[in-house]
Design a protein around this ligand. Structure first.
Ligand SMILES: Cc1cc2nc3c(=O)[nH]c(=O)nc-3n(C[C@H](O)[C@H](O)[C@H](O)COP(=O)(O)OP(=O)(O)OC[C@H]3O[C@@H](n4cnc5c(N)ncnc54)[C@H](O)[C@@H]3O)c2cc1C
Length: 281
């Protein structure tokens, strides 16, 4: 029945995330069409296993051992960028944000350097800080199309999506995203202030900033964590909100460091840090 699907079993997850950490994913499918996704959902129901979309894995820490999920990564028809009229662009959610930025010239330059896919950026309301404001990719989004857990295709207007700092309430798999770059024309030609580039594998900021005035990195630095090492994991010396995989770090190394930071920052500053990365195990 699922003959046409190229489902892989027991896939190493460390190759699917920027942290280069993780065990084995039970099933994996590069899904290239809506039809394949519908079949994948059926397969997941039959196996009683959860379907989990992943993009570039730049915001995920995977656990070790077997992760009992069916991972899907959008490919094929979800990798297209299509201009509709002068100012509307339809994008497959599997497209890399960096590719979109490069083909749209100055209109989305503010997101230059932001890793990951369009689907990941929409789901997590990714964005950058410019002066005293955050600009999110979602600010340019008009509507999205998702497939829900029973295989229904639904269109959601941006106005009907709940969103906050690094958060949306979107359920299901985002398939297509329509953007209007003119919605963020104030930021045309502007470059992000700082996208940290580290030589070691990492997943970007571990924690959300408590506010625009108080960054998580500032609090972590204040508590003396820069350079703190646990096993193969180390807090970045450039940006204290980054944990680096400096020497074959395990999930436990990174997870313990995260918990230690949370405890110490709370004890010393009273701030309860909220995690930005998704931990899956
Ligand atoms: C060096 C570095 C710098 C970074 N800087 C920033 C920054 O400045 N600002 C910022 O906001 N983020 C930053 N990040 C985090 C990351 O780039 C973003 O969160 C990015 O949008 C995640 O995209 P992804 O495709 O890698 O998603 P993944 O990490 O693969 O997935 C993240 C979440 O999105 C879900 N998801 C992915 N695709 C879909 C889909 N099609 N439908 C539904 N859900 C989906 C996954 O299930 C998961 O829950 C940085 C990361 C790194 C490594």
């Amino acid at each position: 029945m699922f003959k046409r699907l190229l489902i892989k079993e027991n896939v190493p997850l460390r190759n699917m995330c920027s942290f280069r950490i993780g065990g084995i994913g039970r099933f994996f499918l590069p899904a290239s069409s809506v039809d394949e996704l519908k079949q994948a959902l059926e397969f997941a129901r039959d196996w009683d296993i959860r379907l989990m979309p992943i993009g570039r894995g730049t915001n995920i820490l995977f656990g070790e051992g077997m992760l009992n999920y069916f991972f899907v990564k959008l490919s094929g028809e979800f990798l297209k960028i299509e201009r509709i009229g002068t100012d509307l662009i339809k994008i497959g959610a599997g497209v890399d944000l960096s590719k979109l930025v490069s083909v749209t010239g100055e209109s989305l330059s503010v997101f230059r350097g932001l890793p990951g896919t369009v689907g990941g950026a929409v789901k997590g309301n990714a964005g950058v800080r410019i002066g005293n404001t955050y600009v999110s990719f979602m600010d340019a989004v008009e509507k999205i199309v998702i497939i829900d857990e029973i295989g229904e295709i639904r269109e959601l207007s941006s106005d009907n999506i709940e969103k906050g700092y690094r958060f949306t309430n979107i359920e299901g798999i985002i398939l297509y995203v329509w953007i209007r770059p003119d919605l963020i024309s104030n930021f045309r030609g502007i470059m992000p202030q700082r996208i940290v580039v580290e030589p070691y594998p990492n997943a970007g900021s571990i924690f959300k900033n408590p506010s625009i005035e108080v960054s998580a990195g500032y609090l972590i630095d204040l508590c003396g964590f820069k350079g703190r090492r646990l096993g193969g994991a180390m807090v970045s010396r450039i940006h204290a909100n980054f944990i680096l995989n400096v020497d074959d770090a395990s999930f436990e190394d990174v997870h313990s460091l995260i918990k230690e930071i949370e405890e110490v920052v709370f004890e010393r500053t009273g701030y309860k840090l909220e995690r930005e990365i998704r931990i899956m195990r």
